[in-house]
Each structure stands twice: as C-alpha cells, then as structure tokens.
Design a protein around this ligand. Structure first.
Ligand SMILES: [Zn+2]
Ligand SMILES: [Zn+2]
Length: 355
C-alpha cells in the first residue's frame, strides 16, 4: 500500500499511457488479423454475376432481328427522301404548267367551249396528266409510310421481348444474390459472435486487473469486429433487421449502463452510512488527491470549498461530515487530512491520527 501511495503522479500518467498504447496496438493487430480471416472466409463462396443469368442465345436472336429492322428502316427512309423529291418536282411541274395555262387563257379574248377547242383540250389534258403523276408519287409515299409504321410496331414488340428477358434474368440473379449475402453474413456471424461474447466477458470480469491492457485490446477488437466486420453485412430485408438489431443493442447496452450506475449510487449511499472513521480509512490516496485538486469531498464528491475565504477553510465536509483538514500533532501545521505526510515537518499524518 505504501508503494502505491508513494508513486508519483508522473509515473501514474506514464503507466496509463503505456496501458493505453498496449491496448491500442494489440487491438489494431487483432483487428487486422480478424479482417484478413473474414475476407478469406468470404472467398468460400463466389458472388453471382448478373451476365451469367442472361439467356445469351435468345437475346442474340432478338438483337439480330432488331438490327435487321434498323437496316430496313434506313433503306425505307432513303427511298422516302427520293420519293419526296420526286413529288416536289412533279408538284412544281404541275404548278408552272397551270400558271402558264392561266396566263394563256387571259391573253385569249374569247374562250370557246373547251370540248370544241382542241387547243384548250390538249392543254387541260396535259394538266390532268401532270396532276396524276403527282398523285402517284403521293400514293407511293403513303405506302412507304405504312411500312415504316409497321416497322415501329415490330420494334416495340422486340423491345418488350428484350425487357422480358432482362426481368427473368434479374429475378434469378437477385434471388441468388440474397442467398449469397445471407451465407456470407452467417459465416461472419459464426466467427464474430463468440469473439464479441469473449470481449464482453473479459470487460465485465477482468477490466481492472494487472493485465487490463490486454483485456482492453481484446475488447476493442471484439467491438471493431462486430460493428465494422459484421453489422454492414446484415441482410436488410427492407431495413427491418438493421433497426431491430439497433433496438436490441441499445436495450442491452442501456440496461448494463443503467445497472452499473445504480450499483455505483447504491455503493456510495452505503459508504456514506458508515462512520466517519471507517470512511476515512476506505478513501484511496489517488481519489483523495484528485478531490483535493477539485475542492470536492473525497467521500460524497460535493464541493466543500463553498466559502472562498482562504482563512476560513472548513475542517469538515458540510455535506457529509467527513474530516477534510486537521492540524499536525507534531508541529501544529494545518494539512489536508488525507495526505500522507505533514507539509511542514514531514511527520506521517495518518499514523499520528491513529495514536
Ligand atoms: Zn462530504
Ligand atoms: Zn507537522
């Protein structure tokens, strides 16, 4: 007990840092190893690839039909532009003939019966012929338009067939992907769950022992493995599983924390019920030292330094009655009662009190 009390604050801090780094480095190496194992476990099963699920033969046939339609359409479009330019020139022939006919009619003083006038008859016949040529171009254009429309219809059907093929492939692929993910998750669960249980067990039983640095290293590792290595692989099922796992984890961790807090308060309460002498004996040097720096009572943890007047320091805690300051029995110097030695003469304070 003497050696612990004698250890300086610097050594305490140093020891804390050493413990922390041992835990951190051990946790880091364990996590790296755990990740490696998990990655290798994943390789037991090969992830399904979408393209393996397509009926390539059928899709090839459909695509060939589609490209045949494409080239046929190009052909028809070319023909259509030829027909359209033919129609345009026929229409312009007819219009110019009609204009010259109208002008010719105006220069004639009298117009006889067209049936009697051979000149008019010939001209009108020519106009009719030209008009018929235009109509025949138009008819061809219309026929071609029908063919194009039918091509569009066929294209639609082909598109629907392709879609149906994709749907069939996707359905099979997604089913296999779900199975694959579930397998990976279960393998990871089998590996990580025992480690999490081990971590929790060590945390509850051995977190304050001599080799606590190793314990904390394993605790870090188990938490890392569970939350980084397993949770992202939880099958989602539309978010249900993740939310439910979140609720369960919160309840379990929350239950443990609330229980710990209750235990702590119960212990404090029981401590305060003991006599002052008993309490003074149970107060550890490190706790007393920290309390002195914070001006808080080492027993009830409330502020004793309410009166800021330095000449009027309290001897006892005004909240719980614990002895805080007393005079050295050898030299009369006033000392914090939980220090080991008198700050003026170096006499041991506690042993003097026991006399
Ligand atoms: Zn107190
Ligand atoms: Zn003294």
């Amino acid at each position: 007990m003497k050696s612990i009390q004698g250890s300086s604050r610097r050594i305490e801090n140093f020891s804390r840092i050493v413990h922390f780094f041992i835990a951190l480095i051990l946790g880091g190496f364990l996590s790296a190893l755990g990740n490696k194992v998990l990655d290798d476990l994943d390789n037991w099963y090969v992830s399904p690839v979408y393209t393996d699920y397509e009926d390539t033969g059928k899709i090839e046939i459909i695509k060939n039909r589609s490209s045949a339609i494409d080239s046929r359409r190009l052909e028809l479009k070319e023909k259509l532009s030829q027909l359209e330019s033919g129609l345009a020139s026929a229409v312009s022939n007819y219009n110019s003939e009609k204009e010259s006919f109208n002008n010719w009619v105006k220069t004639r003083e009298t117009i006889g019966d067209p049936n009697q006038d051979p000149e008019i008859k010939a001209k009108l016949k020519k106009l009719d012929e030209l008009n018929e040529i235009s109509s025949s171009w138009q008819t061809q254009i219309n026929t071609l338009g029908d063919s194009l429309a039918s091509l569009r219809q066929q294209e639609k059907l082909i598109y629907a067939e392709l879609n149906a093929q994709v749907e069939i492939a996707e359905e099979k692929f997604n089913a296999d992907l779900r199975t694959y993910r579930l397998k990976i998750f279960l393998i990871r669960l089998v590996f990580t769950l025992p480690i999490l249980v081990l971590g929790l067990f060590l945390f509850m039983k051995y977190r304050d022992t001599k080799f606590k640095a190793f314990v904390w290293g394993v605790v870090f590792f188990s938490l890392y493995l569970f939350f980084i290595g397993l949770v992202p692989y939880l099958p989602s099922y539309g978010g249900y599983v993740r939310y439910i796992v979140g609720i369960v984890v919160t309840v379990v961790v929350g239950y443990y924390l609330i229980k710990q807090i209750t235990i702590y308060f119960d212990r404090k309460k029981a401590e305060l019920q003991k006599s002052m002498e008993e309490r003074v004996d149970t107060i550890q040097y490190s706790t007393a030292f920290k309390s002195y720096q914070l001006h808080s009572c080492p027993s009830c943890e409330k502020d004793y330094h309410l009166i800021k007047d330095t000449d009027n320091k309290p001897n006892f805690c005004i909240h719980c009655g614990l002895l805080l300051f007393k005079n050295c029995s050898a030299c009369g110097q006033r000392n914090y009662a939980h220090f080991e030695y008198c700050s003026s003469c170096g006499v041991e304070l506690k042993s003097k009190k026991d006399e």
